[in-house]
Write a protein that binds this ligand. Structure first.
Ligand SMILES: [Zn+2]
Length: 562
């Protein structure tokens, strides 16, 4: 065989093996039987209870929220799981109880900027929004210099550094939103990575010791209009209490594209020219010669809430130290302004349904015969305060019940299929870790196909709880229900999903309905069960794709195992 033919032969062989691997049953009869413990009745009954009006929308710190937490803990206890949280005194508990702070900033009507003798006043709401970065009654910046830092990204794995060692301590960083999108080989092309999320921008500014950051709003880079920025940043924001030495900026701000151009122009610069330069690796920060002053006063209140955590110990004496974590947020929006006479945000789909799914998965694991139980331990974390900014999962990951190096993987569920069985399934943030392969394997065994999510540019992977797990290095997976509904015409599923989004998402009408067809939810939960089981029994831990943004955190966590 000549080299060319040899190469062809091996390519063909690899392809044939890959095909047969998909066709051969990847799930044993015993495991299949265990998965069948997940059924419609289990999922439906949990949703019905958790989304009942009596729980008043399960907002953090409310009686209804607390009732939801109690219910979940009771269910895990009934299944024979062990409490998975630790109290400060070292005793175990079902509850990882923690405080969240509700912060409201009062911002003056104008923000004043100066460049020598020239001045510029920007109008609050119309031109900019600002919010405190510190949890103190009064926070301000005085004559702080503005530096344009392009995307403000520092990404060693992409060989990208917008700072180039320039000291930006005490400065206000004017930053572009999103990440470089023009080169398919950089920052996953048009897919938004974490570097492209606004949360990253404030975090990196804090890490660099900056006094504040102003994100330049454009509709393409944000994916939404400035009105969304105005409405989401002018009311109460929820945060975990800041720890003493954690870096924080004083001011978090956004400015419209037009206002940002005016800021640059005040310093004699053309923002479009600066932005074009920022598309390149050799970009360096540009001081604008402009200073800004702004004083804010803040109201701060404190609420208590809890993650509910249960564990099924693995059967292997060594591997049982490692845990596969299933997560779903149990909170929702509570009681709001009435819509059609209803003020209770039941959050039946969002996320009584995901909570119900992990409880059903817990039941399937708990019912396995002892000798068939997974080698690694399985942890169930119904996390709190997702709607307040992923705070429960943030708390879990900041203070995990076991060291992150012993958390094998995260499988998160936020919303289940209510339209029936589907031929497909979507991995949100596809292409990041070896978890994809396991999802594909089980989906193929179910006779289904796996797709990426519809809007990779919106960065949905970073907008639910799996993100916090990923951030501390844990290979995390999150699937959206399929849209190709069996027995329905093409496009029907997508149409229904869009209709749901437009009429019920985050509305009091997100209520349980007997007409929901949960057969697809059952199949998806069985898939998640089988994927978690594979992780729990595998020789090797799952891993990030080489060069992934979260790989470095994983390497660090594994190296720190004791
Ligand atoms: Zn939600």
């Amino acid at each position: 065989m000549n080299a060319h033919r040899q190469k062809f032969y091996f390519t063909f062989l690899a392809w044939a093996l890959a095909i047969s691997a998909n066709v051969v049953a990847q799930v044993s009869d015993a495991d299949q039987k265990a998965a069948q413990a997940i059924n419609e009745t289990t999922i439906r009954s949990h949703i019905k209870f958790l989304s009942d009006d009596l729980l008043e929308g399960r907002a953090p710190g409310t009686r209804g929220g607390r009732l939801g937490e109690k219910y979940i803990a009771s269910q895990l206890e009934l299944l024979g799981l062990l409490p998975g949280a630790k109290n400060a005194d070292g005793s175990v508990s079902w509850y990882q109880t923690f405080d969240i702070l509700g912060v409201t900033s009062q911002v003056p009507k104008t923000m004043s900027l100066k460049a020598g003798a020239k001045t510029l006043d920007l109008k609050f709401r119309d031109d900019f929004i600002a919010f405190t970065g510190e949890q103190k009654p009064a926070v301000g910046v005085k004559d702080a210099e503005i530096v344009f830092v392009g995307y403000g990204i520092e990404a060693p794995e992409q060989k990208w550094d917008d700072y180039k060692g320039v000291d930006v301590r005490g400065k206000i960083l004017l930053m572009m939103n999103n990440d470089p999108a023009n080169d398919p080989n950089l920052f996953a092309g048009k897919t938004r990575l974490y570097y492209g999320r606004w949360t990253y921008k404030y975090e990196i500014a804090a890490k660099k010791g900056a006094a504040g950051a102003i994100i330049i709003h454009t509709e393409p880079s944000a994916g939404y209009k400035f009105q969304v920025v105005q409405s989401s940043w002018t009311g109460e924001q929820f945060e975990l209490p800041q720890t003493e030495n954690a870096p924080a900026v004083k001011m978090k701000a956004w400015a419209t594209d037009e206002a940002s151009k005016k800021i640059a122009l005040l310093g004699g610069k053309n923002l479009d020219v600066l932005r074009a330069r920022a598309e390149r690796r050799d970009f360096k920060p540009v001081p604008l010669g402009v200073t800004v002053s702004l004083e804010m006063t803040n109201n701060i209140r404190s609420l208590k809430t809890a993650n509910v955590i249960g564990v099924l110990p693995g059967r292997d004496p060594v591997l049982s130290k490692e845990h596969v974590v299933y997560s779903a947020h149990h909170d929702h929006l509570g009681i709001g302004t009435p819509a059609n006479g209803d003020s209770i945000h039941n959050g039946a789909l969002d996320n009584a349904s995901g909570t119900a799914a992990i409880l059903a998965i817990a039941k399937a694991f708990a019912q396995m015969p002892a000798e068939q139980r997974p080698r690694r331990s399985i942890m169930f974390a119904a996390v709190a305060a997702e709607e307040s900014g992923l705070l429960g999962s943030q708390k879990f990951c900041a203070d995990p019940p076991v060291h992150p190096g012993y958390l094998a993987a995260n499988l998160n569920i936020d919303g289940v299929a209510i339209l029936g069985r589907t031929k497909d399934l979507a991995i949100v943030g596809i292409g990041k870790s070896s978890m994809d392969g396991l999802v594909k394997e089980v989906a193929a065994w179910q006779g289904r196909v796996v797709k990426g999510d519809e809007f990779p540019d919106k960065g949905f992977f970073y907008r639910s709880d799996q993100f916090n797990f990923a951030k501390i290095g844990i290979p995390a997976t999150y699937c959206d229900p399929g849209l190709d509904v069996i027995g329905k015409p093409a496009g029907w599923g997508k149409e229904q999903a869009e209709k749901w989004e437009a009429t019920h998402y985050h509305q009091p009408s997100d209520e349980y309905n007997d007409s929901w067809n949960l057969e697809g939810a059952v199949e998806d939960a069985q898939l998640m069960f089988l994927v978690g089981l594979k992780v729990a029994n595998a020789e090797q831990l799952p891993s990030w794709v080489r060069g992934d943004e979260f790989e470095a955190a994983r390497i660090k966590a594994l190296a720190e195992r004791k």
